[in-house]
Every structure is written in C-alpha cells, then in structure tokens.
Design a protein around this ligand. Structure first.
Ligand code: CMP
Length: 383
C-alpha cells in the first residue's frame, strides 16, 4: 500500500518523496513571509503551497482508503480500520496538513504570510512523524516520568522561592520589574534556565545574591535533567538491542539447547554488528578479544595454508584465540552482507565457566578446526 509512514525498506522511496514534498512546502511558506519579494515570485510560492497542500489531500485520501491494510488495523472491518486510522495521531496530523485545501474550498483567499505561517506549524508536525527518534523520546519520557517529575518539582520550588524573595527585596527599587509576582517569576525563569535576556536585573545586594544562587541552581537542575534523560536513552537503547539480539540468537544452533534463563543472560552480553559484503572482520595475527556468531549472511575464513572455509548462518568463529590465548589463527571476512553477534572475551570466559555445556561445544569445534588446519598444513608441501 502507498504508505508514507511505512518504516520498512519498501516504503523508503515514498518516505523520501514525502519528506521532499514537506521540505518544498515549508521552504515556500518560509519564503512567502519575506517582505518585498517580486509579485511573480510570490505567486509562484503561493501555487507551490497549494500544490503541496493538494498532494497532501490526495495522500490523506489514499492512506484513509488503505488503512485496513496497515498491520495494526488488519483485525478490524475496513470501515472501523479507517475510522481508527482517522482518529489516530498520524491520521489527525495528516488531516491537519490538508487544512489549506479546505480553506480554499471555503473561498478563503490564497495564503498571505499570516495564513502561511499556520501551514508552517501544520506541516512541520507532519515532518515530526518521520523522526523515529521522537517515538524513542516519548518512551524515555514515559519510562523516566518519576525522576523527571522530581526534577520539574525541584525546578518549580526553586523558581517560586527565588521569585518571591526577589519580589520582596527588589519591589521598592524596581516596581516595574519586580512589583508583582508574575513579573518576578519572569525574571526567575529567565535566570534559572540560564537564558539571561538581561531585560531585568536585580539592583539590591540581596536581589543579586538571590540571582547568583538561582543561576547556580539553574545549571545544577539542567545537569540533573540531562543525566536523567541520558540514562533513559541508554536504557531504552539497551532494551531495543536486547530484543533485537533475542530474535537473532534463535538462528544460532549452539544456543538452541539452552534454557530461557541462561539464554537471557547470554543475550544481555551479545552485541549486534551489521557488515556489508567483503569486509575483513579479523586478521591473522591480531590479538583475539572477542568471538562472533553468524546470525545471517556468510563469512569466509582465509586459512594460512591458502585455502578458504565458508561459514554460514548459525556458525561461529574467533573462538580459537580466546581458548588458546593466542593471536588470531586466520583472517575472516564477510562474503555477503552479514549480521554478527559479538561476545567479548571477558564475557566469553564468564559464560564458559558458568555454562560448561556451551564451553564444551565451542571447544570441540575449535579442536576439530585445529586438527583440520594441521592436516591441511601437512598436505600443503605435497601439492
Ligand atoms: P581465531 O583463531 O580466534 O580467529 C580466526 C578464526 O577462524 C578462528 O579463531 C576460527 O574460529 C576460524 N577458523 C580457523 N580455522 C578454521 C577452519 N579450518 N574452519 C573453520 N573456521 C576456522
């Protein structure tokens, strides 16, 4: 289906076309607000804006019609699916983007800079739907709502206290700026957020002291908020990586026999890496610091004897240097686009000591490979 919000690879051309259209529309709206443009340029910009709005209207109709095909609405009858999409956030944002068309149909005169600025707001919301990071931000804010609420409460307490004290200290010297609490609050917000317009400045010694404390508190509050959000983002990223690895691990047979609890411990230690074709993952003689499991794709082991061995989905490599504590015995490169799961040496040793069955399976394969390499070395001079 024609879905501009389709996050898959197939939806990519539509997404790009949609983003280009939005950027063209927004640029036209922004330019139209510039005074003194020649008349024909203004007309050109107006037509561009209408054209973009009409295309958004067509997009809205297509998406409304195709809503039953979207995965999340498939279980509903077509009309209910359409209704659900129409009242969803993407549906409402897509509808708002078509407002210029309705204005035109209602006989409203073509955009001037004021009306155009409204389109700017409506269309920029549409652009927001293309930023998956905004979804992550919403999840982070929701997950961290309790510390965020704590920081905001702290912000509010400091703000009101500082504004009240400054109001009491400064109101006689500066009745305009500090005569009322809302005015004092304005100064406190500007100071606490470290914006500092400088339009209002305390003049008494006490007021300046309050201002100093407020500025330092502002930096501390912002630092705490940054820390809370950064931690939230890191946790969200780890959760996403965990789910991704969990899916990929299922394709590696060596993990198949493990119980859910053991597997969940290993999954927490694995990291995913995507490589295009013909990328060297490790070179012979490098120090061994990790081993790899092939979740999809194919790798080629270039043996010192000159031969190569192909390793496909589910195989692993890089274990020999970890077990023998020796440099890498061969060069390994991808022969197709490949997804690897990486297990770092420290985690490998920890897992090997706790899950002997897994360690044994890896050792058996390493032994077989070592013997195979010795055989190949013996064969080499005879060739
Ligand atoms: P390591 O020595 O750490 O780095 C190179 C890797 O290539 C090695 O571990 C093995 O995982 C892999 N390897 C070496 N020889 C063979 C072989 N004969 N067959 C398959 N893989 C091999």
């Amino acid at each position: 289906m024609l879905n501009f919000a389709d996050p898959s690879e197939a939806g990519r051309p539509w997404r790009l076309a949609h983003i280009c259209l939005l950027v063209i529309g927004l640029l036209a709206v922004i330019l139209l607000s510039v005074d003194g443009l020649p008349l024909d340029v203004r007309d050109g910009l107006r037509y561009t804006i209408w054209l973009v709005a009409v295309l958004f209207f067509v997009e809205y109709l297509i998406r409304l019609w195709g809503a039953p095909e979207e995965a999340r609405y498939r279980e509903f009858p077509p009309m209910i699916a359409r209704l659900r999409w129409a009242i969803s956030l993407p549906g409402l944002v897509a509808l708002l983007a078509t407002v210029p068309v309705f204005m035109r149909l209602a006989g409203y005169r073509i955009v001037d800079s004021d009306t155009a600025s409204i389109f700017c707001v409506l269309w920029v919301m549409k652009l927001g739907l293309h930023a998956p990071a905004l979804g992550t931000l919403a999840r982070v804010v929701s997950n961290e709502r309790s510390p965020i609420a704590g920081v905001l409460a702290l912000f509010f307490i400091v703000l009101v206290m500082a504004a009240t004290v400054a109001h009491l200290l400064e109101r006689e010297r500066q009745p305009e700026a500090f005569g009322s609490l809302p005015n004092a609050l304005w100064w406190a917000v500007v100071t606490l957020t470290t914006t500092g317009y400088g339009d209002v400045v305390p003049l008494t010694a006490g007021g300046r002291l309050v201002g100093s404390v407020l500025m330092i508190s502002g930096i501390s509050v912002l630092a705490i908020m940054t820390g809370v959000l950064a931690t939230g983002f890191a946790q969200e990223e780890r959760r996403r990586e965990y789910l991704k690895v969990w899916e990929l691990v299922a394709r590696v047979p060596i993990f198949a026999a493990l119980g859910v609890v053991t597997l969940s411990e290993i999954v927490g230690k694995l990291r995913t890496r995507y490589y295009p074709s013909r990328v060297v993952i490790m070179r012979r003689g490098d120090p061994g610091d990790s081993m790899f499991f092939i979740s999809s794709g194919e790798c080629e082991v270039r043996l010192p004897t000159g031969g190569t061995v192909k390793l496909g989905e589910g195989a692993f490599f890089g274990e020999m240097s970890l077990l023998e504590r020796q440099p890498r015995s061969a060069t390994v490169a991808t022969s197709r686009p490949t997804t690897l799961l990486v297990l770092y040496a420290s985690d490998f040793y920890e897992i090997a000591s706790r899950i002997p069955a897994l360690a044994q399976a890896v050792e058996v394969e390493a032994k077989r490979r070592r013997e195979e390499n010795i055989e190949r070395t013996k064969d080499e001079p005879r060739r």
